[in-house]
Design a protein around this ligand. Structure first.
Ligand code: TYD
Ligand code: MG
Length: 457
């Protein structure tokens, strides 16, 4: 049986009250509550909703029935290192976030690719940071003069999207998201709300118009300011441009990629005329290596799926302090303490009264335990003043018992060592399982402890 009940609804805000009030409790307006009759059916149980729900059974597909666009349209950027990180070029309609600290070279990289992309595609470069004249000056320095490159110095997100829809460029670059804003939205430029809503607006434009977009996002030293982090789940790919400003090397890393692997990195060098690709990072890292000097050792680090040579240097010298100094640049400080402790306890070397310094050349940072043995070998070499042969590579994780633990990607590292002309590689025996070493030009020595590794040197 149906029951009729009176409710009072506010004309202004829609608030529902059970009894009349002069003033709406929700919005505070006077004399806005109106009496309405609401029918409550007692026949239907309350839990059953009478609202009709959309039937989605037609929208559910078997995975094999979904049609696939086999050939995704990809634009090559002219920088093969960038294409590699993108997974083979820029996918049509995708949104790519390029993050990095201010001054690392994001604008330079994106302006540089305009020359190649501009050959056959129209590009709109939107900058909220620089005027068209400033961009032109930079473009001139980089040798970018494509006729298909259009500049727009603007920060109004809605106006930019409207311009994109009207002009229909084939590729859009937004530099940077922190300078974009939507009128009427709370918060200033760069605030979380503005960044998120602007990204959403650009994403809809990119998807609806099928125009690929690069969006620049600044990241601070910790890499986690509000901006780019809230964008990460909206965009299709996130690339991070890393490096130290006082060193010329830059590494481009994919953190997320819906169209490719995140294991790829691209290596660049910042020169006077912009960024140059580095095809052979190992050679770059080993350039100018001293020969016949004690305390130098070479390791092979994995940067994603790419092996790169790194030179580790150690200096062990008499300390002038009561507590000897331990300094590590490029490796974890605590790791150095552990390796020294193992060398003292398990191999009987003595570092008391001696300062120990470790430096990885080229500003590289080694986070892999696989390079422990190189650090230990460099320390040993400097301590005993015996140079390590310049054609030897050491790899292996050191356990507290003085044993060598297995490392991943042994085969790739061996092949890279061979390619770089090394003659001998010493690595944990357990890492050699399943690795074919008979057809190699390089001598592969499997060992199971640090002592055996040092004997093999
Ligand atoms: P930029 O692309 O403006 O950095 P971002 O957009 O990431 O903030 O690059 C800034 C630095 O790059 C600047 O400090 C100078 C240097 N640079 C060169 O060394 N050579 C060049 O040809 C260019 C254009 C910049
Ligand atoms: Mg910039």
């Amino acid at each position: 049986m149906a029951k009729v009940k009176s409710v009072f609804i506010c004309r202004e805000c829609g608030y529902e009250a059970t009894k009349w009030n002069g003033k709406c409790p929700a919005c505070g307006e006077w004399n806005t509550l109106e009496e309405t009759e609401s029918v409550v059916s007692s026949a239907a149980p309350k839990s059953k909703r009478s609202v009709s729900v959309k039937d989605l059974s037609d929208s559910i597909y078997g995975i094999n029935d979904v049609e696939m666009d086999k050939d995704e349209v990809r634009y090559e950027t002219g920088l093969s290192e960038l294409d590699r990180v993108l997974g083979g070029g820029l996918v049509k309609g995708s949104l790519v976030l390029l993050g990095g600290e201010p001054g690392i070279g994001k604008s330079t990289l994106l302006l540089q690719i305009c020359q190649f992309l501009g050959d056959g595609h129209t590009i709109l470069y939107v900058s909220g940071e620089e005027s068209a004249r400033q961009i032109k000056l930079r473009a001139h320095r980089l040798g970018v003069d494509s006729e298909n490159l259009y500049l727009l110095a603007q920060t109004d997100c809605e106006a930019i999207c409207a311009a994109i829809v009207k002009e229909r460029p084939e590729i859009v670059i937004i530099d940077s998201i922190q300078t974009m804003s939507i009128n009427g939205l709370t918060g200033t430029q760069g605030s979380i709300t503005q960044v998120r809503e602007c990204t959403n607006m650009f994403m809809h434009t990119a998807k609806n118009e099928e125009i690929p977009m690069f969006i620049v996002g600044h990241v601070n030293k910790d890499g986690n300011i509000a901006g780019p982090k809230v964008m990460e789940h909206i965009v299709d790919a996130v690339m991070v441009f890393e490096g130290q400003r006082n060193l010329p090397y830059r590494i481009l890393r994919a953190v997320k990629n819906r169209f490719g692997s995140t294991n790829e990195i691209g290596v660049f060098e910042m020169a006077g005329d912009g960024l140059r690709e580095v095809d052979n990072p190992s050679a770059m890292m080993l350039e100018g290596r001293p020969v016949g000097v004690s305390g130098c050792c070479v390791a092979c680090v994995m940067e994603g799926s790419r092996p790169i040579m790194a030179e580790v240097q150690a200096l062990v010298t008499k300390s002038g302090f009561s507590a000897p100094r331990r300094t590590a640049t490029g490796i974890d400080y605590n790791r150095l303490y552990i390796i020294i402790a193992v060398l003292e306890k398990r191999l009987g070397f003595f570092f008391g009264g001696l300062d120990a310094y470790i430096n990885v050349i080229g500003g590289m940072r080694i986070d892999e335990p696989a390079c422990d043995l190189s650090v230990a070998a460099a320390l040993w070499s400097s301590l005993t003043d015996k140079p390590i042969g310049e054609d030897v590579i050491h790899l292996g994780e050191i356990g507290l018992g003085g044993e060598l633990r297995s490392i991943p990607f042994a085969e790739q590292r061996i092949l890279e060592a061979q390619r770089m002309g090394f003659n001998k590689i010493i690595l944990p025996r357990s890492a050699l399982k399943g690795v074919r070493t008979d057809r190699l030009d390089i001598k592969v020595i499997g060992v199971s402890s640090i002592r055996q590794a040092f004997d093999a040197i």
